[in-house]
Design a protein around this ligand. Structure first.
Ligand code: ARG
Length: 282
């Protein structure tokens, strides 16, 4: 595989954004009713109206940046459905469906499957447990799928995804329960490069990431805890949780334009920008 160097000093003056299509789900029934990750505290109050306005601001940010936003209807009884990234993983116009680890979220997979089918989009039902884009992402440059396992997604789903997409999958083991999904610890910046928090990964996975992405932006403990890696980049503009100021500075220094959005209410469920956003790759 090629080595994709994009060190800050070699970064182009202006990075080129691409137009993206995102799928989102209004947090109409959002609440913290159960705790399936360390961020969720069922005794802490959630401001549902505020969660909705923060989410609306996120959707408006995408359309203002020129992206297309599609919507899936929220369903009562599925408070985590706002984290639309978990419903499937889409590359080459094919949605590889989710199969949730926890029973509380299982019905979300069917809602997403119905959405893809109704939209006339290809959808593959999975055999193995996986939480969609929460644990899978794609780098078009090298044509690589990066996949996480250790908490939610079964590593057998990585092989299943390789088979569905006919693409190489890099398996990365997550070890810190606070970073239970790959998208809480790693995110693509553009077609070739990524940002990640090394401490969230097992030593072998860290070495693998270091080999594949020698010029990655490395996040620290504070960046990760502020959900600074749960961002959505279009190759130039990076929509990132407003709390992650240190991460925003690192992105700017590397030639990207951080676009902060406040998602403090959605953080109470253990998610942020990326979790609320599924990318539909053509
Ligand atoms: N409460 C949800 C869960 O624990 C949060 C999901 C966040 N989504 C994500 N793509 N990381 O499953």
């Amino acid at each position: 595989m090629e080595n994709h160097r994009s060190a800050p000093d070699q970064a182009p003056a202006t990075r080129a954004p691409g137009r993206r299509t995102y799928l989102m789900c209004r947090p109409a029934y959002y609440a913290v009713e159960y705790a399936i990750n360390p961020w969720m505290d069922t005794t802490a109050p959630v401001d549902a109206a505020r969660a909705c306005s923060q989410w609306e601001a996120l959707a408006a940010t995408y359309t203002d940046l020129g992206h297309e936003v599609l919507y899936i209807e929220p369903e009562p009884g599925l408070p985590d459905m706002v984290y639309a990234a978990n419903g499937a993983f889409v590359v080459d116009g094919i949605a590889y469906g989710a199969r949730f680890r926890h029973p509380e979220r299982r019905p979300e997979a069917d809602s997403h499957e119905k959405w893809y089918r109704a939209a006339g989009r290809a959808h593959v039902k999975p055999e193995h447990t996986n939480e969609g884009e929460g644990d899978f992402t794609y780098l078009p440059g090298p044509g690589l799928i990066l996949a996480g396992w250790g908490f939610r997604t079964d590593a057998r789903a990585h092989a299943e995804a390789a088979d569905v997409f006919g693409r190489q999958v890099v398996s990365l083991r997550l070890t810190d329960p606070r970073y239970y999904h790959l998208d809480t610890a790693l995110a693509p910046l553009d077609d070739h490069n990524i940002a990640y928090y090394p401490e969230a990964f097992a030593p072998g996975s860290r070495r693998l990431l270091q080999r594949l992405f020698p010029d990655a932006i490395l996040a620290g403990a504070e960046d990760a805890a502020a959900f600074g890696l749960n961002f959505v980049s279009d190759g130039a503009r990076v929509v990132v949780n407003a709390e992650a100021r240190g991460m925003a500075a690192k992105l700017s220094a590397a030639g990207y334009e951080p676009v902060p959005v406040d998602l403090s209410e959605l953080k109470k469920g253990g998610g942020s920008v990326k979790c609320c956003t599924a990318e539909l790759r053509p």
